[in-house]
Design a protein around this ligand. Sequence first.
Ligand SMILES: Nc1ncnc2c1ncn2[C@@H]1O[C@H](COP(=O)(O)OP(=O)(O)OP(=O)(O)O)[C@@H](O)[C@H]1O
Ligand SMILES: [Mg+2]
Length: 367
Amino acid sequence: MADADGRTAVEVIELVKRYPKRDVNAVDGLTFAIREGEVFGLLGPNGAGKTTTVGILTTRIEATSGRAMLAGVDVLRNPVAARARLAVVPQRSNLDRSLTPRQNLTFHAAYHGVGRGERNERAATLLKQFGLEDQADVKVDWYSGGMAQRLMIARALIHEPQVLFLDEPTTGLDPQARLFVWDRIREMRERGVTILLTTHDMDEAAALTDRVGIIDHGKLLALDSPANLIKRLSGQSVLELTVTPAPGDGADALIAALVAADGVDKAERVAAAMPAFGPGNGFPGGFPGFGGGGPGAGAARPSAVATMVPGAAGPVRLRLYLTVEPATMLAPVVSLLATRSAELTDVHIGQPSLEDVFIELTGRGLR
Ligand SMILES: Nc1ncnc2c1ncn2[C@@H]1O[C@H](COP(=O)(O)OP(=O)(O)OP(=O)(O)O)[C@@H](O)[C@H]1O
Ligand SMILES: [Mg+2]
């Protein structure tokens, strides 16, 4: 149960949201928990239900059913107490354009019961930290999108929340502003703030989050650290070679020799010019270990990629599945090929990314 051991910051249990006049649930029985101090990435295609989930947890949207706990508070039953413990940077700006940036901060702090002296001081510090000092007393409609975004993050921090929700905080930001936001997120993490971050930037998720939950159609498809998700996709690391066997030698004999090498678990021929981990190739049977996928991770193996190249004398592309780091296999593989007088013309270390995981789980179709 949420917070029973003092280590769960956010928990949703069988959460459902059906918007009026819609015939499907926007959030469809979502269950997950976020640990205290964790940066948790909520990922999913457009319309997956991320903002709706954030909306329920931040008391802006009423749930249809299920439970939502935040810092030990039942969000649905006690929204006022929940609001005191959380802050949110929404996907769309909700700054008050009739106020100056400084007033946006101090009014927000006042709403959360921060005393006058304290809120003025905090506002001044945040405006300085966020590089907004010069424009602190002009109205916000003069702000660019990026500056408004910075102001919303500053506003979220002014009442020192325990849990911070950032709904696509870096969408539309220039590279400098994006890195600035990343630094602030890391800083808050250091201070022990629990963060739920939604983003479409898979590199951002991989760089910042401890764990990610990938959702689609309001349902959780996977939940793990980025590194573990990537590991489960690839099963193991991969080395791809383009090799021309010596006259009299054949691809099958080469494969047999490579499989016999320490560190090589399996080898197979693949079609030429096929990227190692391109979306939609290599894992035709679904994603091992997750809902709708194959059985256990590692049990399912890419099968459709094999045996597409006729055993001709020309170059063949081989994929080696390794039990060790690919780089450590380069020298042994090169030397093995040399002893068989095979010509090596291309080597590629397969590096699956979180984006590959995302595409594998949610498909390539536009929403
Ligand atoms: N106010 C609303 N009324 C009716 N349907 C809504 C409303 N808000 C969202 N939806 C629908 O609920 C589903 C989930 O939307 P939501 O905004 O939560 O997705 P999201 O994952 O945040 O997407 P995005 O990445 O585009 O921000 C979508 O099908 C959307 O059309
Ligand atoms: Mg959204």
